[in-house]
Design a protein around this ligand. Structure first.
Ligand code: SF4
Ligand code: SF4
Length: 405
C-alpha cells in the first residue's frame, strides 16, 4: 500500500503510527459517541488504525469506497486534539488524507465550489438580475445537485450583500472606521440580515466599520484538502486585510470558522509577517461583546433574561466559550446551562445527504438537553439547531440591541 502513496503522503500520514490505541479520542469524538460506532472502524481511533494498517503493508486501500467513507466520518471538530496522549493531530491527518484523495480523484465536493466561487460570481451581477436568478432558482434541485440533504433549511442567499446591510444600518464608515469587517461567505452573501442587531448596536455606540476587499476564508477548502485553493484565498485576504491593520484597524470576525482561519490557519499556511499581523489584529465578535459588556453595559439592552448556551466545537477550540459567557452575563443574561455536546453539523459536513443520518444521530445527545431559549455561536450550528429546535435558537449577537433602540 505504501507504494500507492507518495513519499510526502506517507510522511504526513505516518504520525498515525504513534497511536497507542488508548481510545481517549473516542471518548470525545462526536462520531464515536453514537450507537453506529459499535463498529470500531467508525470511531476516531478506528480511523487511525486504518491509516496504520495501510502504512504497515496490509492490503488495505485507503482510497477504496468503503474505507474512504469511514475516513470521511471525521469532520474536523478538533475535540480529540486536547486528549490524545501521543499528541496526534487527528483532524490534520484527515485533511492530509483528503488532500491525497483529491489529487487522485481530481474533483472536490460541488458544494465547495458553490460557496467559494459560484456565489461570489452571482453577486458580481447587477442586483436586479441577481435577485431574479435567486428567486427563480429551484432550491430543491440545487440541493440535489450539491449533494445536500433536503430536510434542512438550505443555506441559500437572501439576495442582498452584507455591505448593503451595513450601509442601510449606517455603520459603514470611511476613514473614521476603527474596525475592518471580515464577513466570510455566510454573512456576506447568505444571511447578512442576521447581523442587523449587532450592526444597529455598534452604530448607536458610535462605532464604524470598513468593508475591505475580501474573499471566502477557505474553511471548506481547508477541511477538504484543497491546499492550493486555500493558499490562493489566504494570500488575497491577507494582502487586503494587512492594509487595514496598517491603518490601525482591528479585523472583526463574526464566525468561529473565520476567526480560526485568520487567527490560526493563515499564519501556518502562508508563514509571512503579513499573515501574522492580520492574525494578531483579529477580534472575534464574542471578544468584542465582552469588551462592550465591560465598558458600556448600560447602553445595551438584551432580548432574553436567561439562555442555554451551546458551546460549538470551534468556540471550544478557540477558547471563545468563557468569553461569550462573560459577555452574556455582563449584559445581564443568565446562562442557565452550557452544553458542550456537538450538534453534528461540522460546517457543511452534516448537511450533505450522505452524512445526514450520522449528523442527526450526533445531534440527539445535544438536542435532548436544550430547553428554553438557546444561543449558539456558529452559523452552521445555528442552521442545524434552528432546524431541530425552531426559532428559539439564536446567534449571540442577535440578543443585543441599543438601549432605547
Ligand atoms: S476532529 Fe472531531 S470528528 Fe474528527 S476524529 Fe477528532 S473528535 Fe472525531
Ligand atoms: S487518543 Fe491518540 S493515541 Fe489514543 S487512540 Fe486516539 S489517536 Fe490513538
Amino acid at each position: 500500500m505504501e507504494q500507492r502513496l507518495t513519499q510526502e503522503e506517507v510522511t504526513e500520514l505516518s504520525e498515525a503510527l504513534r497511536c497507542i490505541r488508548c481510545g481517549f479520542c473516542n471518548s470525545v469524538c462526536p462520531t464515536s459517541l453514537i450507537p453506529e460506532a459499535y463498529k470500531p472502524s467508525r470511531t476516531a481511533r478506528g480511523r487511525m488504525v486504518l491509516i496504520q494498517s495501510a502504512l504497515s503493508g496490509l492490503n488495505l486501500d485507503l482510497f477504496d469506497g468503503d474505507v474512504a467513507e469511514l475516513m470521511d466520518l471525521c469532520y474536523g471538530c478538533n475535540r480529540c486534539l486536547a486528549v490524545c496522549p501521543a499528541g496526534i493531530p487527528i483532524p490534520d491527518l484527515i485533511r492530509s488524507y483528503r488532500h491525497a484523495l483529491l489529487k487522485r480523484e481530481g474533483e472536490r465536493e460541488r458544494v465547495i465550489g458553490f460557496y467559494t466561487e459560484t456565489l461570489p460570481q452571482l453577486f458580481g451581477l447587477p442586483g436586479p438580475l441577481r435577485r431574479l436568478l435567486l428567486s427563480i432558482a429551484p432550491k430543491r434541485l440545487i440541493a440535489m445537485y450539491l449533494g445536500l440533504a433536503t430536510d434542512v433549511e438550505l443555506p441559500v442567499p437572501e439576495g442582498v450583500e452584507v455591505r448593503e446591510v451595513m450601509r442601510r444600518t449606517g455603520v459603514l464608515g470611511g476613514d473614521d472606521a476603527e474596525l475592518a469587517y471580515f464577513a466570510d461567505t455566510y454573512y456576506r452573501y447568505v444571511r447578512p440580515s442576521s447581523l442587523e442587531p449587532l450592526l444597529h448596536a455598534l452604530r448607536e455606540l458610535g462605532h464604524k466599520l470598513s468593508f475591505p476587499r475580501q474573499w471566502d476564508s477557505g474553511v471548506l477548502l481547508w477541511e477538504y484538502g484543497d491546499r492550493d485553493g486555500l493558499k490562493a484565498l489566504a494570500e488575497r485576504n491577507v494582502a487586503s486585510l494587512v492594509q487595514e491593520v496598517e491603518r490601525g484597524r482591528r479585523v472583526l470576525t463574526t464566525s468561529p470558522a473565520a476567526t480560526l482561519m485568520l487567527r490560526e490557519v493563515y499564519p501556518r499556511v502562508l508563514r509571512t509577517p503579513e499573515a501574522t499581523s492580520v492574525s494578531r489584529a483579529v477580534v472575534d465578535v464574542c471578544e468584542l461583546m465582552l469588551e462592550l459588556s465591560e465598558s458600556v453595559p448600560e447602553r445595551l439592552a438584551v432580548r432574553e433574561n436567561a439562555v442555554t448556551l451551546h458551546s460549538s466545537c470551534f468556540s471550544q477550540h478557540l477558547g471563545l466559550t468563557p468569553k461569550l459567557i462573560g459577555a452574556l452575563e455582563g449584559l445581564g443574561v443568565k446562562v442557565v446551562a452550557v452544553r458542550g455536546e456537538c450538534c453534528g453539523v461540522g460546517g457543511l459536513w452534516g448537511l450533505l445527504k450522505r452524512n445526514r443520518k450520522t449528523s442527526l444521530r450526533v445531534a440527539e445527545r445535544l438536542v435532548s438537553h436544550l430547553e428554553g431559549p438557546v444561543v449558539t455561536y456558529s452559523e452552521t450550528c445555528h442552521l442545524q439547531l434552528e432546524g431541530l429546535c425552531g426559532p428559539r435558537v439564536r446567534l449571540p449577537f442577535q440578543l443585543i440591541a441599543p438601549r432605547g433602540g
